[in-house]
Design a protein around this ligand. Structure first.
Ligand SMILES: Nc1ncnc2c1ncn2[C@@H]1O[C@H](COP(=O)(O)OP(=O)(O)OP(=O)(O)O)[C@@H](O)[C@H]1O
Ligand SMILES: [Mg+2]
Length: 144
């Protein structure tokens, strides 16, 4: 018998309206450890809205979100991020006037007593870039 796989996320009855537009209506979804899901739908189906609700970007009108066994109500993206929900948006959302390193660690730049360990961030940025054979100077601005 297969082992019971732990649930990470459960979404129940999520609804989101933008004025008269029902972007989401009673959406249920669950996610277990080790699973990868593709959320598929036509333009305007509500995919981005669901992800934004999960990530604390957009407030929902109805429904519950249970994450790692506890009900959550994120009101800001950083709360979702700290809980372990990271979102990589489809739309380009880089800050062109910031460096590659700053873009990589935007919103999750750890510091000690207000001091950022730039050497460590550069090393980790280079590691990530090496994974995709990206060869640019991580200390330069991100504008193309
Ligand atoms: N900020 C907003 N204000 C008003 N209406 C919105 C807003 N964001 C999304 N909508 C509307 O909500 C519905 C769902 O949009 P959403 O962006 O979630 O769809 P999507 O499935 O991500 O589409 P796409 O495939 O084009 O990315 C659409 O009718 C859209 O016009
Ligand atoms: Mg979308």
């Amino acid at each position: 018998m297969a082992a019971k796989v732990l649930e990470i996320l459960r979404v129940e009855g999520i609804s989101k309206r933008y004025g008269g537009v029902h972007a989401l209506e009673q959406v249920d979804f669950d996610l277990h450890y080790g699973e990868v899901h593709a959320l598929v739908g036509e333009n305007g189906a509500g995919k981005s809205t669901l992800i934004k609700v999960l990530g604390g970007i957009t407030p929902r009108n109805e429904g519950r979100i249970v994450f790692e066994g506890a009900e959550v109500n994120f009101s800001r993206p950083v709360e979702a991020l700290h809980a372990g929900i990271a979102i990589i948006h489809q739309e380009l959302s880089m800050m062109p006037s910031l460096t590659v390193i700053e873009n990589m660690f935007m919103g999750r730049m750890q510091n000690r007593l207000g001091i950022v360990n730039w050497g460590d961030l550069e090393r980790r940025t280079r590691q990530s870039m090496a994974l995709i054979d990206l060869n640019v100077d991580p200390t330069r601005e991100s504008r193309i």
